[in-house]
Each structure stands twice: as C-alpha cells, then as structure tokens.
Write a new protein. Structure first.
Length: 141
C-alpha cells in the first residue's frame, strides 16, 4: 500500500511574486487522485515532529529561537521564506511526514511525502540529509 504524507498545512501563504510555487502542494495530491494514481486512503496527515527528534539535528538555541519566531534577519534570509508560527507548525509536520514515510516504506515497500524531503537552511551551518530507501535496517530519525 502506498502511503502519502500530505496535509493542508503544507500550503503556506507567500508574498505576491515569491519565486516558490507553493500551489504545487495542493496540485500534486489533486492530480494523483484525478489520475487514479492514489485514492483518499493512501494519504495521511503527519504528526508534528517531536522536539527531542528535532534536537538531533538542531541546537537547542536555534530550535527555541525558531519556535519563538525570534530568528535574526540573516537567519530568516537563509531559510528563504518569511516566517511566523504557521511556518514553524508547517515545518514540523513536513519533517515528521518524511520520517513517518520512511517507516511506512519499511512496512509497505514505498511511501512518499508530497513536500519532498525537508532540508535545513539553517544559518548556523547545520545540515540534514534525508535518504529514502525500502531496505532499512535501523529506524530512521
């Protein structure tokens, strides 16, 4: 069974003229349903990323600043999107959607996150690499 992480929270309102095509987060699941590639039962709303998991890839200082929407202008520019509480909430669901998909891939052989693999654009130099595979011997975090 194909499991697909998707949620309306994936869409994020950007300023007019922003270069990122946010509408794709609505169009991808709509197209998959229209084509018959997926049915409503394939989609799941990911849980938010727990803090302890986020702290495996972020410093506590950065995590606190992000959640309190207190990033510097430089840090916000590095992310590439204007941020607010909705942005942080969205990111937690997207990131955990990828982790949940990795676990579904272990179980069913395939899974996907409509938002793709989240990447870190952290100005502190932290990097997150997400590798998807169907043959995982260890839990993905």
């Amino acid at each position: 069974m194909l499991k697909i992480a998707w949620s309306p929270v994936y869409k994020y309102e950007l300023p007019e003229g922003h270069r990122f095509p946010m509408v794709k987060y609505e169009l991808i699941p709509e197209q998959m349903l229209y084509e018959g590639t997926a049915n409503p039962g394939n989609f799941f709303h990911p849980d938010p990323l727990p803090e302890d998991v986020a702290l495996l890839t972020h410093t506590k200082e950065y995590w606190d600043k992000l959640n309190q929407v207190r990033l510097s202008d430089k840090e916000v520019r590095a992310i590439g999107f204007p941020i607010n509480e909705k942005f942080v909430y969205r990111g937690r669901h997207i990131a955990n959607g990828t982790i949940q998909c990795a676990r579904y891939a272990q179980q069913f052989g395939c899974a996907m996150n409509v938002a793709g693999a989240p990447t870190t654009h952290s100005p502190t130099g932290e990097k997150v690499i997400v590798v998807s595979t169907t043959k995982l011997s260890q839990p993905i975090i």
